[in-house]
Design a protein around this ligand. Structure first.
Ligand code: HEM
Length: 470
């Protein structure tokens, strides 16, 4: 099996001090977030094992109730968020043909994000939280620090793009800057306490939990695709206009769909129906955006072999399938079966792992070697890809099948314990799939090290023309 390095470097990296600074920013953001990926998913594996071995690690600090929000908040705000911000800062500078507005400000953002993540994790493990509001269990003042990290990052992105060489703003920056600004609003809306009582709290929770995914991770990842994909395919994006259309329709429909998490609840029926209609309307940006990426990849299967493009391909398919699955899950007739079951956990991992995490990996493998001039080992790239892909498929299939059986059992009115017993083999398979995913993260960490600070003799091929951005 060939083990030559992946060559995607199209011009000598680090030609000026600005390039060196930008490479350092991207490297350190990626390294910090990778450390958190390993910590957060080690906790994920432990959580999965607890379903197989219920007597495992039962002290309060290792209890399921504390570790679950540690896993979810850390994957969201300590892994995916800084990784995407690092990529977005790099893209803002490179696609605008300018230097980063402020390297110091980039360090301030990263310090705030990491400080919030450390405080949030420690506080959750010691039993301090803001209640069972999913993805915002961190104490309010820790979420203020997180918000400050986002504000400083947004400022840096906007100020960088404001210095662009040309008149137009490259498509990626629409998505990354738009996503960061929307998220600041979402974090603020959900921090203010006055209207968060009773059903008001339920409505705000639906708004937050889905917008955290749809107006933060989604636009940032789509922005990364729009920059990284033309680079790795060495051709322009299929349709710029379709990208703009998907941007506006995402903004139009996504903020309305959060209440689909509370169908059959005391929330007003019309609000629930509005959320279902918006969930169906989301097919417009999702299918439009996915078609744009797939058409860009069409006709060049050889460019998908052991290159960053294969991570992007899985990311695009994760986006297409995961989001379409979300639309289907929003119908009342189907949610009757799947709500509260493990099917929803399978859906979360198809989207947050199959889409967002693969998008980050695609972006890192595509752009980090360009920044540092150091390339990952081709064989290790393939090992990372297959461990993560196979592990994820096992994880999702097990929970989708098991979760459906769970829901049907409840609808039949069978004793609850019967569904618990029936889930046992599916939970075992979830642990096996999760362990493969975790192993892939260790390989990814090694590859990140190789692409950043490891001394290595990498081979480079002749420069190839660049298709998008600078
Ligand atoms: C080694 C990889 C991973 C493993 C083994 C794992 C495992 C788990 C487990 C056991 C749970 C609790 C499920 C339950 O309550 O029944 C969970 C929840 C969750 N995880 Fe992971 N996870 C992994 C990676 C990730 C990543 C990378 C992300 C996001 C970037 C993520 C996002 C989530 C979310 C959003 C939930 C909440 C699911 C829901 O309530 O629907 N996970 N994970």
């Amino acid at each position: 099996m060939a083990t030559e390095s992946v060559s995607i470097v199209s011009h000598p990296a680090q030609t000026t001090k600005d390039d060196v600074d930008l490479a350092r920013v991207l490297s350190v953001y990626t390294i910090c977030s990778t450390i958190w990926l390993i910590l957060a998913t080690a906790v994920g594996v432990l959580l999965a094992l607890k379903f197989v071995l219920p007597e495992l690690a039962t002290t309060p600090t290792l209890s399921f109730g504390r570790l679950r929000p540690i896993h979810t908040n850390a994957t969201f705000y300590a892994w995916a968020s800084p990784a995407l911000i690092g990529l977005a800062l790099y893209i803002a500078a490179k696609s605008s043909g300018t230097r980063l507005y402020s390297v110091k400000l980039a360090w301030v953002s990263l310090a705030l994000l990491n400080f919030a993540a450390i405080m949030g994790t420690v506080a959750l493990d010691l039993g301090f939280n803001d209640g069972a509001q999913e993805y915002r269990e961190w104490l309010w003042w820790i979420r203020v620090i997180l918000g400050a990290g986002l504000v400083t990052a947004a400022w840096n992105m906007i100020a960088t793009v404001a210095r662009r060489e040309g008149k137009s703003i490259y498509l990626s920056n629409w998505y990354t800057i738009g996503g960061t600004l929307w998220t600041i609003i979402i974090v603020l809306v959900t921090l203010v306490p006055w209207y968060q009582h009773g059903l008001g709290q339920v409505g705000v929770q639906g708004y937050y939990m889905h917008n955290a995914v749809g107006m933060w991770f989604t636009p940032l990842s789509l922005g990364v695709f729009y920059y990284a994909l033309p680079k790795v395919m060495n051709r322009p994006i299929y349709s710029y206009s379709l990208g703009i259309f998907a941007f506006w329709t995402n903004l139009l429909f996504y903020p309305l769909l959060g209440s689909h998490h509370f169908l059959f609840s005391p929330l007003p029926w019309w609000l629930q129906t509005t959320a279902i209609v918006a969930s169906v309307a989301m097919l417009v940006p999702v299918w439009g955006g996915s078609a744009n990426y797939l058409m860009t990849m069409r006709g060049h299967p050889e460019r998908l072999h052991r290159t960053p493009a294969m991570f992007i391909l899985v990311g695009v398919l994760g986006y297409l399938l995961g989001s379409t699955q979300g639309t289907v899950e929003a119908f009342r007739s189907l949610q009757e079966v799947w709500h509260f079951t493990n099917f929803a956990v399978g859906h979360s991992h198809l989207t947050m792992y199959g889409f967002i995490t693969f998008a980050i990996w695609g972006g890192v493998y595509a752009l980090l070697p360009r920044a540092t001039g150091k390339e990952p080992n081709n064989l290790l790239l393939g090992i990372h890809f297959w461990l993560a892909t196979v592990g994820m498929l096992v994880y999702i299939l097990a929970l989708s099948v098991g979760g459906t059986m769970q829901g049907l059992s409840w609808l039949r009115g069978e004793p609850f314990i019967q569904s618990v017993v029936a889930m046992a083999p599916y939970w075992l398979w979830r642990s096996i799939g999760g362990s493969l995913m975790f192993l892939s993260h260790l390989v990814f960490a090694w590859n990140v090290w190789t692409m950043t600070y490891r001394r290595t003799s990498s081979t480079r091929q002749a420069p190839v023309p660049v298709a998008a951005g600078a």
